[in-house]
Ligand binder design. Structure first.
Ligand SMILES: CCCCCCCCCCCC(=O)SCCNC(=O)CCNC(=O)[C@H](O)C(C)(C)COP(=O)(O)OP(=O)(O)OC[C@H]1O[C@@H](n2cnc3c(N)ncnc32)[C@H](O)[C@@H]1OP(=O)(O)O
Length: 235
């Protein structure tokens, strides 16, 4: 396993051109997401479905004219940002992503703004699939260690499904519950459209050994690091 960080194959020196380029990727993902939703819900007749399938295959052939062999990894752009555009929860280029927007809401806290989980995410009739909920909460909780400077892999994610989550608008929130060296414990919740907590989560996020040299020596206080060149005590 590597850090999975690559220079973007499409360096853009002009910030406006970069924004336009990204907007076009986002628009394509939005359009395909709409297609996904309607593929689940359509009731058009069989010949029409067959005709649409032929057209969709033709569109895929156009995109394959120039496509990356493997996944996107974590790209660094020419203006110095990190892009995780393939991420299935937040990725700008991924139509599987609802998508979530996770932002910092306070010190050691993050929240996913209200977003919609529709028919493509159904588990129990009319309700959100439990595995999708786990993915959402993994992302929301996993953002917290990153914002306190200790981005980690999920070591465990414990979920308590308190009540079924209706399809439709949901949101999430999370915060640091404890830190211990390279380990950050995070708690969080998924909320339905009425603001009721439907699922509670606790996760442990660990900075992998291979990544510790990039983060410096951890202390007991979140976000408090020595010089980044210094490797951790057991790196
Ligand atoms: C732009 C950025 C975007 C940032 C936003 C990113 C959000 C992304 C959210 C999605 C995140 C994912 O899905 S991540 C993908 C799913 N997760 C994975 O695939 C992880 C697979 N597991 C691993 O790679 C590894 O087991 C690690 C990294 C978790 C730990 O391995 P390691 O690095 O070798 O370290 P190791 O010595 O084993 O463990 C370190 C310490 O953690 C403890 N520890 C390890 N695992 C556990 C565990 N399950 N339960 C309790 N404790 C544990 C150990 O006892 C030890 O404690 P002590 O002795 O030091 O006290």
């Amino acid at each position: 396993m590597t850090a999975g960080t690559y220079p973007s194959p499409e360096p853009v020196e002009d910030p406006e051109a970069l924004r336009a380029d990204e907007a076009a990727y986002r628009d394509l993902a939005d359009a395909v997401r709409e297609l996904l939703d309607l593929t689940v819900r359509t009731r058009v007749d069989q010949p029409e479905r067959a005709a649409v399938a032929t057209e969709v295959r033709a569109l895929s052939a156009r995109l394959s004219a120039r496509a990356q062999d493997g996944p996107l990894g974590l790209e660094t752009t020419s203006d110095g940002r990190l892009r995780d555009h393939g991420n299935p929860m937040v990725g700008m280029r991924n139509p599987v992503a609802p998508p979530l927007t996770v932002r910092q809401t306070g010190e050691g806290e993050a929240a996913a703004d209200p977003f919609v989980l529709g028919a493509a995410y159904e588990g129990p009739p009319g309700h959100v699939h439990g595995g999708i909920i786990a993915s959402v909460l993994d992302q929301v909780l996993g953002t917290v260690p990153a914002i306190v400077g200790r981005p980690g892999m999920t070591a465990y994610l414990n979920l308590t499904y308190r009540r079924p989550t209706p399809l439709g608008q949901v949101s999430g929130r999370a915060r640091v519950a404890g830190t211990d060296g390279w380990k950050t414990t995070v708690t969080g919740e998924l909320l339905d459209a009425d603001g009721q907590v439907t699922v509670e989560a606790e996760g442990l996020f660990v900075v992998p050994r291979w990544a510790r040299q990039y983060l410096g020596t951890p202390t007991g206080d979140a976000g408090d690091f020595e010089a980044p060149a210094e490797a951790g005590p057991d790196a």
